[in-house]
Every structure is written in structure tokens, then in C-alpha cells.
Write a new protein. Structure first.
Length: 366
């Protein structure tokens, strides 16, 4: 079941009880012949074809908010009153279990599974199961909770979790098991069309497993996979190589291992058009990892001047709508006047993205 929730037409925290009261008031005012007719009219005013559709939308919005808050008991109460919510989908294609996994809410994961949430549902058009999504989000408590609830990791997930014994089990007498991964990274061709997820060949699935091992800083697994032919220059998410994702972790030993095995410092990613060393900090800036970025800048203040072909760290922060990161970069001397490949300053980027306050902060005249 998939339900699109037009949040712009409902309050951020809609109350079903309040909506019921509105419908009763409409009926009492004599505008409709019955309560059911008043409910249909109210649903239509919010863009829904029926009262049950409106109720489902409100329940889904409430469930998502409760998941984000991380309190399992209200989630359980809602699921007890509306059991089908555990198997529903949000407008972005994720399920409640994906949301709980990504938010690293193991107790909520347990509640959802107890009420029938599908353990292997896919996140929209991606290959991400709740487990692989948790791993991608570094939500390891939730990931281990899913494993404890019976989800058997495929090669991709076992690699991201650093489960070396489980990874080894995919090989028999030196030969990889056929189709070792059911999940995998989201990848696109030069025209932006999605590539197969997981990759079609077993060899590429091994390299995809190397990507997630590097992204999650699993050096023992990375070494095992490299010993069995994984490509350190294979492009995972954002078109970035395994080496670039190792640089994202900042682990010197992992990065050295990838370089020893042929990882190139010249291959640029698709998102920032940056070399691996630059890519690592570009992701931190663009995705809002302020604490990690601060640690890197304290260790090497010169990183504030890193740039890719599409701009500086400040451009990345502006594009990602990251005011905390932007302030941090300015403290370390980032240049507000620097321009990207299209001649735009970070303030221009922020304004184009609709980040009004961030654009004001980044104005070169400040």
C-alpha cells in the first residue's frame, strides 16, 4: 500500500480527533446531509478522495513523527489501533521500518516487526531493505536489531556491518557464491538513469560490497574483498570510488590499503567532481557532518581550501542547506567570494536552493 501525503495541505502535526470534530461541526451546520458526507467533503478540501484516505494520511504522518521521536510505546498504541500502518509506505517510497532503521530506533524497529512490518521491503526504486538502509545511515543499533530479529545479511550488508565471518561464508573453495547480494548501492549512468541494483555480475557485487565496507570503515572486510578481486576504483553511490569513500571515513590505514591495492587519486566522483581526498570532506560539508568536519579541520586547517570542479566546501554546504557547517567553515577562513564552475558564489547557490537565511549569512559583503 502506497500513500502520498500532501503535507502542504495538512498541518505539520494533524490531529485526527480535531478533524473528526470539524466534520461534526460541518454536519451540525446543516451543510451536509450526513456525517459521512461531511467527512467526505472535509477530506476533499485537503485533497483526498475519501475520509479513509485522509485518515490514513494523518496516521502515516503521526507514525513518522513518532518514529523520529523514538518512543516505541506511542508507536505500539498507534499500530494497535491501525495495524495496517506497519505494512504501509510513505510518499518517498520508504516503509515505517525503513524510517525506524534509518533513525536508529531499535525499540521502534521491534515494535514494527511485532506488528507485521515486512523485513525485506524495498525503499522505493532502490535496492535498499531496512537493513541495508540502516547500514547506509550508520544506524548500527537498528541494523543489529534487525539481524537479531532474523534478517540474514547478504554480502553487501555483512560487509557494511563488518561481519567478516559472514562475508567469508559467501566463498566456498575460493569461489564466490552466485548472486551474493540482494541489496546494493544506488548508482546511475552518465545520463542519470539508474543502474541495476544490486549490480548484475557477481564480480561487481563483490566490488559493491567493498564500497560499503569502505564507507562504513570496515578495514578487515575491505582487505578480504580486495584479496578476492574487488576493485578499489569501482564507483558506488555518488559515482565515487571505494577509495573516495574510504577518505570519507578519514581512516588513514584504510585509505593506505586502498592505495596499495591500486586505488587512484585521480578518479573524480559524479556529485562534486572531486578527487578522493577532496570528496571525503565535500561529503562532510554537503551532508552536514559538522562534528566530523571540525575534527578534520582542527587536524589540518588547510582543508578549508579544498575544492572540486564544482566548487568549494562552502559551495557544498550552501547546496546542502547546512548553516552550521557554513559557520564552521567561515570560522576557519572559507572564502565567501569563491566561485564555482558556473561563476556562482556560495551565497548564489544557497539563494537558488531557497535557503534564504543561509544565503544572507554567505553574502560576500558580510
Amino acid at each position: 500500500m502506497s500513500q502520498s501525503v500532501p503535507a502542504s495541505k495538512l498541518p505539520e502535526q494533524p490531529s485526527l480527533e480535531q478533524l473528526k470534530k470539524q466534520a461534526k461541526d460541518l454536519r451540525a451546520a446543516g451543510a451536509h446531509a450526513s456525517l459521512a458526507a461531511a467527512q467526505r467533503a472535509l477530506a476533499a478540501s485537503y485533497g483526498y478522495p475519501s475520509w479513509p484516505k485522509l485518515k490514513l494520511a494523518v496516521d502515516l504522518m503521526t507514525l513518522r513523527r513518532l518514529i523520529e521521536n523514538g518512543d516505541a510505546q506511542p508507536v505500539r498504541r498507534l499500530l494497535e489501533s491501525s495495524p495496517r500502518l506497519a505494512r504501509a509506505s510513505f510518499a518517498d517510497g520508504s516503509t515505517p521500518l525503513h524510517a525506524a532503521a534509518g533513525e536508529n530506533r531499535p525499540a521502534v524497529v521491534q515494535a514494527l516487526v511485532d506488528h507485521g512490518a515486512p523485513l525485506h521491503a524495498r525503499y522505493g526504486s532502490s535496492a535498499h531493505s531496512p537493513l541495508s538502509w540502516a547500514i547506509t545511515c550508520e544506524a548500527y543499533d537498528a541494523a543489529h536489531a534487525l539481524v537479531g530479529l532474523g534478517v540474514k545479511p547478504d554480502l553487501f550488508c555483512a560487509s557494511g556491518l563488518g561481519l567478516l565471518d559472514a562475508v567469508r561464508a559467501f566463498w566456498t573453495d575460493g569461489t564466490i557464491r552466485r548472486h551474493p547480494s540482494a541489496t546494493g548501492s544506488s548508482r546511475y549512468d552518465e545520463d542519470g538513469a539508474p543502474l541495476p541494483r544490486p549490480p548484475q555480475s557477481d564480480a561487481d557485487q563483490v566490488s559493491d560490497a567493498l564500497y560499503i565496507a569502505c564507507r562504513c570503515n570496515r578495514i578487515d572486510v575491505a582487505r578480504w574483498l580486495l584479496d578476492r578481486g574487488a576493485d578499489p576504483n569501482w564507483r558506488g553511490y555518488a559515482g565515487a570510488t571505494c577509495l573516495a569513500w574510504a577518505e570519507f571515513t578519514g581512516d588513514a590505514a584504510l585509505c593506505a590499503l586502498l592505495r596499495e591495492r591500486g586505488g587512484s587519486d585521480e578518479v573524480k566522483d559524479d556529485r562534486f567532481q572531486a578527487t578522493p581526498k577532496a570528496f571525503g570532506v565535500m561529503v562532510l560539508a554537503g551532508w552536514g557532518f559538522a562534528k566530523r568536519l571540525l575534527e578534520r579541520l582542527r587536524a589540518d586547517p588547510s582543508l578549508v581550501s579544498v575544492r572540486g570542479d564544482r566548487g568549494t566546501l562552502l559551495h557544498a554546504a550552501a547546496d546542502g542547506g547546512q548553516p552550521v557547517v557554513a559557520k564552521l567553515l567561515l570560522v576557519f577562513g572559507a572564502d565567501r567570494t569563491a566561485v564555482d564552475h558556473q561563476g556562482r558564489t556560495p551565497a548564489d547557490i544557497a539563494a537558488a536552493k531557497g535557503h534564504v537565511q543561509l544565503a544572507a549569512l554567505l553574502q560576500p559583503s558580510r
